[in-house]
Write a protein that binds this ligand. Structure first.
Ligand code: SAH
Ligand code: SF4
Length: 413
């Protein structure tokens, strides 16, 4: 989501005549921040402190803080970072041109004008902003506001424009993306329209919420070949009592039934997730249930986090019984288990024929390229026999082995 926002902001600046620069030469530096965990804010503040020296070298330089931390911490940021010039929360971005050019005032271009925000093979398309859920630990609804769904016509137009520029893979974005609805059109309905758009080859979406897995959605996921066989479906915990306290609105059993349906249709269906370890009051038994869920679900990979209290959220006022060390120990146990499962899932790919979307040449060896399978696994492949490789090309390969967590492929005969 932040990559998408940053690209949008970059496009706005370019529209107003600014051009990208190396940091030492820049007259404007915008830092797009995240607030989801305390660590994200700490990292952003450390990075911003490191920018102070450029201010000394270039007195014209303007430094602005954008994104969720701008909303969450607001004016108080000036206290810690007195050298910054301005702070803009996500709902204030229309003021950016005005801040950078004292006159005249340029309105922020409408969504449709952002089609160039793509690297030439794959594009993110936001279809939802904000979030109406109130997960007890989560700051997103406070910094991003109520849900808004984007008009389907504008979504399809952005996709068509990107296709015209050679993009073939699209990732639809939103915090509960599969809850999308617009004038009677459901998320499944929108997926159908995207899949029917000429030139669209691969469709992904992020992040869906388990409570919005309807029969209609399941049907299109399992029947439409353009929808990639991968889903990032955050579960957070394997314990029903913790899920309830988190207000996630599904049970372990609901969640696992989605996993089962996807893997029944395709045992190699890629399923990745997010886990929070050490939620306030999480007992040893409840934590063990997360480990057993990992075993049962056999995720292809996971983002795993120690619980981080976010001021203003309901969970932050609950008493924490675990100290940082104990939360980290649970996190480490989770990571160790998931690493072994990730490796096992990668090895299941050996011998498979896969269509790879090429992204870039490998850094170490220019005759090797990096790409992704439909189920979202990274593959390194020797393209020796292909004279002109470019990002965005699809090639057929056979998976030969696994190195680290990365698959190695060879061109199909
Ligand atoms: N909308 C998505 C998640 C967005 S936030 C969903 O509901 O699935 C991305 C991830 O950050 C979450 O899935 C969660 O695992 C993690 N996260 C959010 N708040 C957190 C907190 N307070 N402490 C630790 N991890 C958190
Ligand atoms: Fe946060 Fe829950 Fe909304 Fe995801 S669904 S962004 S975790 S409140």
């Amino acid at each position: 989501m932040n990559e998408y926002d940053s690209a949008r902001l970059a496009a706005v600046l370019e529209l107003h005549g600014l051009i990208p620069a190396i940091i030492e030469k820049a007259d404007v530096i915008l830092v797009n921040t995240c607030s989801v965990r305390a660590k994200a804010e700490e990292n952003a503040i450390a990075r911003i402190k490191g920018l102070k020296r450029f201010k000394i070298e270039n007195e014209k330089l303007k430094i602005g803080i954008l994104g969720c931390m701008a909303k969450n911490r607001g004016e108080s940021l000036f206290k810690d970072l007195p050298f910054i010039d301005f702070i803009l929360a996500p709902d204030e971005y229309q003021k950016l041109p005005e801040i950078l050019h004292p006159t005249p005032y340029f309105p922020l271009p409408a969504f449709q004008e952002f089609a160039k925000l793509t690297n030439n093979h794959s594009a993110f398309i936001a279809i939802q902003s904000g979030c109406n859920m109130r997960c007890s630990y989560c700051i997103v609804p406070y910094v991003r506001g109520r849900e808004q769904y984007r008009e389907s016509g504008s979504v399809l137009q952005e996709i068509e424009e990107a296709v015209a520029k050679g993009v073939s893979e699209f990732t639809l974005l939103g915090q509960t993306v599969n809850g999308y609805r617009f004038k009677g059109l459901s998320f499944a309905g929108l997926l159908r329209q995207v899949a029917d758009t000429k030139g669209v080859e691969r469709i992904r979406f992020m992040s869906p919420h388990p409570k919005h897995y309807t029969g209609e959605l399941m049907e299109i996921l399992l029947s439409e070949p353009k929808i990639a066989p991968h889903v990032h479906l955050p579960v957070q915990s394997g314990s029903n009592s913790v899920l309830k306290k988190m207000r996630r609105q599904y049970t372990r059993e609901n969640y696992l039934s989605i996993v089962e349906a996807l893997r029944f249709s395709n045992p190699l269906y890629g399923i990745t997730t997010d886990i929070i370890c050490g939620y306030p009051g999480e007992t040893e038994e409840e934590f063990e249930e997360t480990l057993s869920l990992l075993q049962e679900a056999q995720f292809d990979s996971a983002f795993m986090f120690a619980y981080s209290p976010r001021e203003g959220t309901p969970a932050a006022s609950e008493k924490e019984f675990l100290n940082e060390e104990q939360k980290k120990a649970r996190l480490q146990k989770t990571i160790d288990l998931q690493n072994s499962i990730t490796l096992k899932r990668a090895k299941l790919m050996i011998g498979q024929s896969e269509k790879i979307l090429l992204e870039k040449p490998s850094r170490k060896n220019p005759s090797e390229w990096v790409g992704k399978t439909g189920n979202f696994k990274k593959v390194v492949i020797d393209i020796g026999a292909i004279p002109h490789c470019s990002p965005g090309m699809y090639i057929d390969c056979v998976i030969e082995g696994v190195k680290g967590h990365t698959l190695r492929g060879k061109l199909s005969a």
